[in-house]
Write a protein that binds this ligand. Structure first.
Ligand code: BG6
Length: 494
């Protein structure tokens, strides 16, 4: 009888020849292996439709490692890991092919002593998820070992609440909720894991983290790139589905959640879901008052032409898909009532950056409030590319005058030599193997975030946006600035 070793497993990647596998998954596996965070009893089976041998696939993986790793590939590590990587040519929409897959997996189990444990990674379009899980159930999940079977689902998890629900029913019927890992790669980012520590391990912040002391919160994630080769996907998605429903609402829930009873997966998820639940509690009264959408135009200069979104590959010339969205959200609960959360995300913006700004209320005091108002205290959690925390406060300017100026404390985590934060996928893959689902979205988190964004789509259906409405490498459409201006506030653009 095989004794189950919980870190031994085969990782089966549906979509093994795709971008995600080459850019993120295989480099993450290589890094984990080189840092000895993976068992020797481990193998990868990459599934794709194209004909190729495992040796040919390994060569492609090596090219990707050269292209996407931060450091050089170490020969010794590669020689050791490469024989654990297999390629399987298979049409995963055909039921019959799964018997062959099962035979191969059992052989690989025996060769690498992986104890029958399987991680099935869905790096394919969601329309295939149903067929794949059905066929896995019939053919590949009856091992005699006392083994685990986990499924990892990439976003998008559905395209609205209904489709997400159908997809979810299908998946949990086969794998059960506890073995379903819905990836949101933002949760694997170092600073997202740091949010709870910053909040709940500091006397300086936690007592002030509420509507008595905080004026508003900004959550911004901007990218300089356009949609590039992903026009096909993006046309069906847009910024609201692509970024807000998943990453931005996860950020919001970590910033706004109550302290959990303990650090157990369930306790943390229970608190996050309460935030998402309260978002959808009341209908947004006038969507156009609180939500701005945008789409980038093009730019021609002497040397280059930057395509407008509508001219990108596989994008309709009259597309109304949004590449930018800014919204004002209220969390109607005891802690946050009256504190607006402004969320903003877009492509082709001025800077690649993800930051959370906590703006404290102004201190109207008669001692120092003279000619000009003092700047309020501000805490900025920098998620990427800089990872760190920035805190702005008031101090006296050196000199004989009693001038007050804003000064700051700036902690940059990844500027220090020797600190190399792991890539999000390293952390997440290692958590799946260890069976820790804390950094994955539970079904009810997905459900409530769809409930919230679905009402925005409904309202958008009746209106025709005037696109394109922002120039490349700007902070988005003017209406986004107006959204805050109406409240006498402005975006903090570092
Ligand atoms: C993905 C989106 O989930 O996140 C992409 O589908 C986006 O459109 C990406 O570019 C951004 O991730 P990151 O880690 O670069 O901020």
């Amino acid at each position: 009888m095989h004794i189950t070793n919980y870190s031994s497993c085969i990782m089966v990647i549906f979509g093994g020849t795709g971008d995600l596998a080459h850019r993120k998954l295989l480099p993450a596996i290589y890094n984990l292996y080189s840092q000895k965070k993976l068992s020797h009893n481990f193998a990868v089976v990459a599934i794709g439709r194209r004909a190729k041998t495992s040796d040919e696939y390994r060569e492609e993986v090596l090219d990707s490692l050269h292209a996407f790793l931060k450091f050089d590939v170490e020969k010794e590590v590669w020689n050791s890991i490469k024989n654990k990587i297999y390629y399987k040519e298979m049409d995963f929409s055909e039921g019959e092919s799964y018997q062959g897959l099962n035979i191969d997996l059992m052989e690989i189990d025996d060769r690498h002593n992986t104890c029958g444990n399987r991680m099935y990674y869905m790096a394919v379009a969601p329309e295939f998820f149903g067929t794949i899980v059905d066929n896995l159930k019939i053919n590949c999940m009856k091992s005699n070992y006392n083994a685990w079977n986990r499924v990892v689902i990439e976003k998008p998890f559905g395209r609205d609440l209904n489709s997400a629900r159908l997809l979810n029913n299908k998946i949990v019927e086969v794998f059960k909720e506890e073995n379903t890992y819905r990836i949101d790669h933002y949760l694997g980012k170092e600073m997202l894991q740091n949010i709870m520590v910053i909040r709940f391990a500091n006397m300086l912040f936690e007592p002030l983290w509420n509507n008595k002391f905080i004026d508003h919160i900004q959550i911004s994630s901007s990218e300089t790139v356009g949609v590039g080769g992903r026009g096909n996907y993006y046309e069906k998605s847009g910024a609201l589905r692509d970024m807000v429903q998943s990453h931005m609402l996860q950020l919001l829930s970590l910033i706004a959640m109550e302290p959990p009873n303990d650090l157990e997966t369930k306790s943390i998820r229970d608190e996050k879901v309460k935030v998402l639940k309260s978002l959808g509690r009341s209908k947004i009264a006038d969507i156009n008052e609180v939500i701005v959408r945008g789409q980038y135009g093009g730019l021609v200069d002497d040397s280059d032409e930057i395509l407008a979104y509508r001219n990108e590959n596989k994008v309709s010339e009259s597309s109304n898909t949004e590449t930018f969205v800014a919204l004002k959200v209220n969390i109607e609960n005891f802690r946050w009532s009256g504190v607006p959360f402004y969320i903003r995300t877009g492509k082709r913006m001025k800077k690649k950056s993800t930051e959370i700004v906590i703006q404290f209320k102004s201190l109207h005091n008669i001692l120092y409030f003279k000619e000009k108002e003092l700047l309020p205290n501000m805490l900025v959690i920098r998620v990427q590319p800089t990872e760190g925390v920035f805190f702005q406060f008031n101090a006296k300017e050196p000199g004989t005058q009693n001038n007050i100026i804003p000064v700051n404390m700036d902690f940059c985590q990844n500027c220090h030599i020797g600190i190399n934060s792991p890539e999000a996928y390293e952390r997440l893959l290692s958590d799946v193997i260890r069976g820790d689902a804390t950094l994955f979205a539970r079904w009810d988190e997905v459900e409530y975030s769809w409930r919230f964004v679905d009402q925005i789509f409904e309202a958008w259906e009746d209106t025709n946006p005037q696109f394109p409405n922002y120039k490349p490498w700007t902070w988005g459409p003017k209406e986004s600035d107006d959204l805050l201006k109406k409240d006498n506030r402005s975006w903090i653009n570092f």
